[in-house]
Design a binder for this molecule. Structure first.
Ligand SMILES: [Zn+2]
Length: 112
């Protein structure tokens, strides 16, 4: 149960934060269009909001793709639970993989 919560957090927390930022960029951008002093800046905020929503969509698709690959056993897969992993190149003890689901770390040297 807790492990699945960790997996969902890793899958969706980043895109959801970005979508919330996108919403505020949109709403502040549209509000400031009525204000002559910052109306140009406001349209940039609207564009930034659209870009943030696009990035969030691509990010979600990429995360689901990584999850699908882990289910198929393709690519970097956790040796303990089979979940998807992130490669972290600057770990204190050298490069390692961190699991999205169980949170375990695995050194690159011992990996696969
Ligand atoms: Zn794992």
């Amino acid at each position: 149960m807790f492990n699945n919560a960790r997996l969902y957090f890793n899958l969706y927390a980043g895109p959801v934060v970005l979508l919330i930022a996108s919403y505020f960029l949109h709403s502040f951008g549209y509000q400031s269009e009525d204000n002559p002093y910052i109306s140009q800046f406001g349209s940039y905020m609207v564009y930034a909001g659209k870009a943030a929503a696009l990035v969030a969509a691509v990010w979600t698709a990429r995360n689901i793709w990584k999850l699908w690959r882990a289910f198929q056993g393709i690519g970097d897969v956790c040796q303990r639970c089979g979940g998807p992993e992130t490669y972290i190149s600057n770990g204190r003890y050298g490069p390692y993989y961190k699991c999205w689901k169980c949170g375990s770390n695995c050194s690159e040297r011992k990996h696969n």
